[in-house]
Design a binder for this molecule. Structure first.
Ligand code: NAP
Length: 250
């Protein structure tokens, strides 16, 4: 079977790092993209130590030239990227009446513009190869969340984006799906706990209590879902949004 090349954005830490390691364990060469190339070293090292092949690439997914350069470099050094996980993300939470236009734009730029630019650049390789897997990180916040007008709009937007990519690219052997995580223990949720002034341990306990399984999620829970969507055998699954949130959401 062809050894595929995957790109995972925002893979220096958190969910992206777990996804990158899982796709490498699944047999893919993995480009570990993040804003700061040197921050990708730990993920790359972990993959190489486990016997895999990985490349650290500095890239701002919201910047068109940066995305073009990064995807071209991955194609040159690792091979045509036919698997893409759009994971890079930021938070700029605030109640609507206090939210600045800059905080709105920044969140839209990283999540929506970033996923658009990365997908547009990679689809050229995918359609040429007649195979592709795109996975977008949405969120349970797509259903609405206090203090996250920008983030929930971006994450809901990613669901529409995903379904449209599935429709446009399906005939080229490319699938597009979205994962909508609930609460996952990462630096992002730790920062939210700090912002609202709750010790992270208590924040985790509160989040766990809200789920059916009475546990907070881990980055590997999301990596497992990404692995399924990126699998060669998942070619008949497209345009779906999978909530990975420890239970049904209401
Ligand atoms: P995280 O720990 O904050 O990691 C996000 C990574 O994305 C960081 O390494 C960050 O780099 C990078 N990044 C930010 N802006 C970037 C840009 N413009 N270009 C390239 N990389 C960029 O977040 P996480 O919790 O793992 O979340 C990963 C994804 O899952 C995000 O899309 C998030 O919205 C989504 N999600 C998370 C949760 C959760 O509970 N954790 C729930 C639902 C959805 P820097 O460190 O340099 O900023």
């Amino acid at each position: 079977m062809t050894q595929r090349t995957a790109i995972v954005t925002g893979a220096a830490r958190g969910i992206g790092a777990a996804v990158a390691k899982r796709l490498a364990a699944d047999g893919m060469k993995v480009a570990v993209l993040d804003l700061d190339e040197s921050a990708c070293a730990a993920t790359v090292e972990a993959i190489k130590t486990a016997g895999g092949d990985a490349l650290a690439v500095g890239c701002d997914v919201a910047d068109e030239e940066s995305v073009k350069g990064a995807v071209a470099r991955v194609a040159d050094e690792l091979g045509a990227p036919t698997v893409l996980v759009n994971n890079a993300g930021i938070l700029r939470d605030n109640l609507l009446f206090k939210m600045s236009a800059d905080d709105w734009d920044m969140v839209m730029n990283v999540h929506l513009r970033g996923s658009f630019l990365m997908s547009r650049e990679c689809q050229a390789h995918m359609t040429k190869e007649g195979f592709g897997r795109i996975v977008n990180l949405s969120s349970s916040s797509a259903l609405g969340n206090r203090g996250q007008a920008n983030y929930s709009a971006a994450k809901a937007g990613l669901q529409g984006f995903t379904k449209t990519l599935a429709i446009e690219l399906g005939k080229f052997g490319v699938t597009a799906n979205a994962i909508a995580p609930g609460f996952i223990e990462t630096d992002m949720t730790a920062a939210t706990a700090e912002r609202v002034g709750v010790p992270f341990e208590d924040f985790i306990k509160g989040a766990a209590e809200m789920t059916a399984v009475k546990k907070a999620g881990q980055p590997d829970d999301i990596a497992n879902a990404a692995s399924f969507f990126c699998d060669e055998r998942s070619g008949y699954v497209s345009g779906q949004v999978l909530y990975v949130a420890g239970g049904p959401l209401c």
